[in-house]
Every structure is written in C-alpha cells, then in structure tokens.
Design a protein around this ligand. Structure first.
Ligand code: NAD
Length: 501
C-alpha cells in the first residue's frame, strides 16, 4: 500500500529564486490547477513587494473534485488493517524528519514566524505528532458487554468518512499536525483547505504525505475561505468539518455544517488570562510569562496569555522585570537565528493591531509600561511590529475583551483570589490560561476554577503532543492532538448485538 521510506533528504524548492513558485493542488493523487485556471499570489510578510508563490484559486467545482476523490479512496482506506495506516504515518514522519530545516525556513518566509523561536520547534513537533498518532493506530477499538454466553454485544469504532480540515495562517504546520495524522490514522480520508495567506508549507507537507498514501486519502485545496472553504463546508459528501480559525468565521461554519447535520469541531480564538500570585515575583516566572505572552509569535497565537493579572503587592516590581526582558527581544528578519520576533502576517492584520492600540491608548487612565515601536530597527517593506505593554487596563475595555492577535499585552491588578478568578472568567473566550504560584494549593484551586480548555501552572509554553487540546465557551468545541481527541473527533461507534442461540 505504501512506498518504502526515503533515506535521502528529498529535494526542496529554492525560495531564494526571483521567480515565484507555481503550486498546484493535490486531488486524487494528482497535482492539478483550479478548474477555472485562476491563481492567488502569496506574498511574504518580510517584503510586501515579493510574491513567493502562486497557488490555485479553488472554487466550488474544485471542492467537489476533492471530495469525490476522498470518497473514492475511503472504502479501501477505512477497511485496511490498522498496521498499514500506521506504517504510512511512520514513513511520512521519517521523510519529514529529513526536511525539518526546509519546512522551518519556508514557514519563516510565508508566515513571518521567527525561525529559532517558532518555525523550527513547530516543524519538529510536526514529526513527533505523526509518530505519536502512528502509535495510536490500533486504539480505534470497540468494547464487549458481558451479556452472558448466549449473546454477544459489542461495539466497533468506525471512522466518520470524509473529513474537511480548514486551516488558519498563524501556524499552518502545527494546526495541520492537529488534524491530518489523527484523521487518516483512524481511517478517514481528508480534504485539507490551506489558508490563503500561508499555504506553501501545507503543499510541501502534502508532497511528502502523498508518496506514502493511496491517491485520494489526502487532498489539499487552496483558495479563499468564502469560495472554496464555504463550498467544502456545504458539500453533502463531507461528513465532518474540523475547523481552526477565528470565532466569527467558525460560528458561521458551524451553523452551515450543522444545518446538514455534519459533524463539526471548532478550534477558535482566545483572550487568555495569565495570573501571577504575590509569591512568584521571580526572574524564572517572568521568563515563563514572557513565553505565555507569545510575543515571539508577534502575539499571533490563539493561546496567547494576553491578559496579565498581577497581584497588587508585586505589580510594579514584576512589571519592571518583564519590561527589562521584553526590551531585550530582537524584532528582525524571521529567517535570522538572532531574531526573537518576526513579522505580522499582512497589512490588514498590522492595521488591525494599530486600531486596537489606538483604542486602548485613548482610554482614560491607561498606562504604557513598554512601547518598542519607536525603537524598531526594521520596518518597510516588512510588517514588523514591536511589543507593547499597557497597564491599568480595565477588564471591560475592548483591548481586554477582544482577541487582538498582535503583540499587545494588557496588564490588570488584582487583590484577592475570588476577584481574580471572576475577572479571568469574565470573558466569552475560554481557550488557555496560566497560573503562577509557589503555593500549589492556591495554584491548583485557581486553575480548577478558570473556565478554559487548557490551563498551565507555573509554565508558559509547555504544549505536549498527546495532551487534550481545545477550548471552552466561544473558543471552540471538541478536542484534538490526543487519543481522546482522535476518538471523539474522528470516529463514531457502531453497536452490534448478536443472539447466539
Ligand atoms: P479565519 O477564521 O479568517 O480563517 C481560517 C480559515 O477559514 C482560513 O483557511 C480561511 O480561508 C477559512 N475561511 C474563511 N471564511 C470561510 C468560510 N466562510 N467557510 C469556510 N472556511 C472559511 O482565521 P485566521 O485569520 O486564518 O486565523 C486566525 C484565527 O484563528 C484567530 O482567531 C486564532 O485565535 C484562531 N486560531 C485558533 C486556534 C486554536 O487552536 N483554537 C489555532 C490557531 C488559530
């Protein structure tokens, strides 16, 4: 069913070339253009004038071709012995391992995420994730009910069918890793829709996967959300939509998929609280809080701890330490090892961040603990942005309620535990949270009371393959990245009752 593993580093396109690379979409094992022949230019955030690639502008007819190919591949793939699917994933992981550096460099170019702090760790995690889910291939098990010798009553865990995976631009490989291996190892076939702003690494990933998968098991579409994305969500041949993106788009996707009773899971936005207790005014905690801010991702992370709650006893001293460290972060070309922070994805997002900053700075009583914008040494033609830390923020201001998706941190004061828990939960989001305290009782008590899908205690960046990942409230529905995520998100149960007499 699959080809042998590649032992040499596979060829990788040269993105140093002046000419943009022309990509095609993967449908039924073939690399194809859009039916209408239209394309989209992919611009690197490092240089607004540089087109690095052209991808097909898929539309409804392309979505239909991809779903048809995925449906055709489904019977054989879903019925294969699980070890066949396991072997395919392991071979993909072996090939990807040889390409970590290439994928990381390409991620820097098409997302603007810094190579050392973001893009490389993400490419490494991709490999681990394929291996992890390969190990889970046999876990799609049923159970037997003890109904006596004259009866057999058992369940089978079956795949859902054709899954549509819709990806955002902020960390394309990581989010693909949440969906792709889990969906296909459990016997589904998949149509991935790459984000229009950052599709190149997904197409390179597909290139590797398709060497080891039968045609149609993985299909990749490119194009705009309201065109090809919408067509996928509405397609009657799609059994499950696994969406990662903004809450506004996700709610429309869920409504349309729900209307035809397709399965849906949603990984959406966040406005996550980061709570520092008075016993944690240390350099080590400041380092972890810095990780939680996701400044190194330009704040373009759904799990960013973008509301920092500092206890009033340590508010000023903790902030001083944090500002000292933030001011040493280097905003620069994301491809350079010395850069801690790369660039924002595009002009629209950059302007959006300015809008939030203008709004926050116009509030009465706001303080500015740090604003690195005037000290930036990089700028045009890239979308660079320095971190900004605003203080004396009220929890009901827009900058404390809405997801900015930029390097802007809102700092709030707190006095007692009940108050900080109430403020942390006073948000329609519930994705991540961070609690820092040496008093493990206080830390866990607070962690347990916070309404978020993922709470970290005394750490700011410890995402592990295998952990349950997903949000509460408007941050989403369903879990991914884990055994339970695979079983709940990509399988369904069939009960079989047999009379043996
Ligand atoms: P987005 O919602 O604009 O787009 C996400 C994807 O949906 C893109 O591929 C887009 O083309 C597609 N899309 C847009 N309209 C569509 C439609 N009508 N039908 C079907 N598909 C459509 O989000 P974005 O700006 O790409 O990503 C940033 C957002 O994603 C942030 O809100 C962030 O918090 C969220 N995010 C969440 C997680 C998580 O795991 N919870 C992870 C990463 C990003």
């Amino acid at each position: 069913m699959t080809t042998p593993p590649t032992t040499q580093r596979p060829p990788f396109p040269d993105f140093g070339a002046a000419e943009p690379r022309d990509y095609r979409m993967l449908i039924g094992g073939e690399w194809v253009t859009a039916v209408a022949g239209e394309t989209i230019e992919v611009i690197t955030p490092i240089d607004r004038h540089r087109v690095i690639a052209r991808t097909p502008r898929g539309r409804a007819e392309d979505a239909d071709r991809a779903v048809t190919a995925a449906r055709a591949a489904y019977p054989a793939w879903s019925r294969a012995v699980f070890t066949d699917r396991q072997r395919a994933l392991l071979r993909i992981a072996d090939d990807l391992e040889l390409m970590v550096e290439d994928l990381a460099r390409l991620t820097s170019l098409d997302t603007g995420n810094a190579l050392r702090t973001q893009a490389r760790p993400e490419a490494e995690l991709l490999v681990q994730t394929f291996r992890y889910f390969a190990g889970l291939a046999g876990e799609r098990k049923g159970v037997t009910l003890p109904t006596g010798d004259d009866a057999l009553s058992y369940t089978r865990r079956l795949p859902l069918g054709v899954v549509a995976g819709i990806l955002p631009w902020n960390s394309p490989l990581l989010i693909a890793a949440f969906k792709l291996p889990a969906a296909i190892v459990s016997g589904n076939t998949l149509v991935l829709k790459a984000a229009e702003d950052a599709p190149t690494t997904i197409l390179e990933l597909a290139e590797v996967c398709q060497r080891h998968l039968p045609p149609g098991v993985l299909n990749v579409l490119t194009g705009y959300g309201p065109e090809v994305g919408e067509a996928l969500v509405q397609h009657p041949g799609v059994d499950k939509v696994s969406f990662t993106g903004s809450t506004a788009t996700g709610s429309g996707v869920a409504a349309r998929a729900g209307q035809r009773l397709a399965h849906v899971s949603l990984e959406l936005g966040g406005k996550s609280p980061c709570v520092v207790f008075p016993d944690s005014d240390t350099d080590e905690v400041v380092d972890q809080v810095l990780l939680a801010t996701r400044f190194a991702r330009q704040g373009q992370s759904c799990t960013s701890g973008s509301r920092l709650f500092l206890h009033e006893d340590v508010h000023d001293s903790f902030l001083d330490k944090l500002v000292a460290k933030v001011s040493r972060l280097r905003v620069g070309d994301p491809r350079e090892e010395t850069s801690d922070i790369g660039c924002i994805i595009n002009e629209r997002q950059w302007q959006r961040v300015q809008g939030y900053l203008d709004d926050g700075l116009a509030q009465e009583g706001v303080g500015v603990a740090y604003d690195g914008r005037s000290a930036l040494t990089v700028g045009e033609p890239g979308f660079y942005h320095a971190p900004v830390i605003l203080t004396q923020v009220a929890n009901d201001w827009r900058i404390a309620r809405e997801e900015i998706f930029g390097p802007v941190l809102s700092v709030l004061r707190w006095r007692d535990e009940d108050e900080v828990v109430r403020m942390a939960n006073d948000s329609h989001y519930g994705l991540a949270a961070f609690v820092f305290s040496r008093d493990i009782g206080a830390a866990l008590r607070t962690a347990h009371r916070i309404e978020s899908g993922w709470v970290q205690v005394n750490q700011g960046g410890g995402q592990q393959v295998g952990q349950s990942y997903g949000g509460m409230k408007a941050s989403g529905q369903g879990r991914e990245f884990s055994l339970e995520g695979m079983l709940e998100g990509f399988t369904q149960i069939q009960q079989v009752n047999v009379r043996l007499t």
